[in-house]
Design a protein around this ligand. Sequence first.
Ligand SMILES: Cc1cc2nc3c(=O)[nH]c(=O)nc-3n(C[C@H](O)[C@H](O)[C@H](O)COP(=O)(O)O)c2cc1C
Length: 189
Amino acid sequence: MTRPSIVGISGSLSAPSRTLSFVQHAAERIAGDVGGEAHIIDIAALSGVGTLRTRAEADAHVEAALRAVETADLLVAGSPVYKGSYSGLFKHFIDFVDYRSLIGTPVALLATGGSDRHALVIEHQLRPLFAFFQAAPLGTGLFLTDRDLAEGRIASGPAEQRFERLVEEAAHALKVRNSHQTRIAGAAA
Ligand SMILES: Cc1cc2nc3c(=O)[nH]c(=O)nc-3n(C[C@H](O)[C@H](O)[C@H](O)COP(=O)(O)O)c2cc1C
């Protein structure tokens, strides 16, 4: 079996970015636990993505990033909260992802914000977006504020416990996905 591809996407416009560090930390931790490979996409660092009008216009880097998302075994999708939702750049990038490519793909949903006021961005914004794709978001999502996060490290306590649960759910989802794919391959042989 090939090593599962864990693709992290960060929709932050900042550099440095708490969201990017968090996405990277989560993707690398999941990949480490399952023997997979983590690949991180910092959308804002992809030159020209903000002004892209059609996928055909995408340069090789943007196209490779879109393909990585579409072929991932598990996505780690993270955005800062901007005006109560994911960033516009995050949505703009996702708008170019093929609508059939994420059916059944497990997705770890992450967000960072300035306060707990918008913690439900995961449930009210990110989860419905991935429902559109018929993806399979993990039950546990994680919203963190500055209080919980410094340089990608998660403070001990409830946030850390939730993170551990998310990592366990990710590993389980990958195992189920792998056995399902093995069964399909066996049936077709
Ligand atoms: C344009 C903009 C809009 C924001 N809107 C919100 C918001 O509605 N709710 C919130 O909790 N934080 C909001 N924030 C704060 C960011 O979500 C927060 O600082 C986040 O952790 C930044 O992550 P980063 O370090 O990856 O940029 C906003 C920040 C910016 C720049």
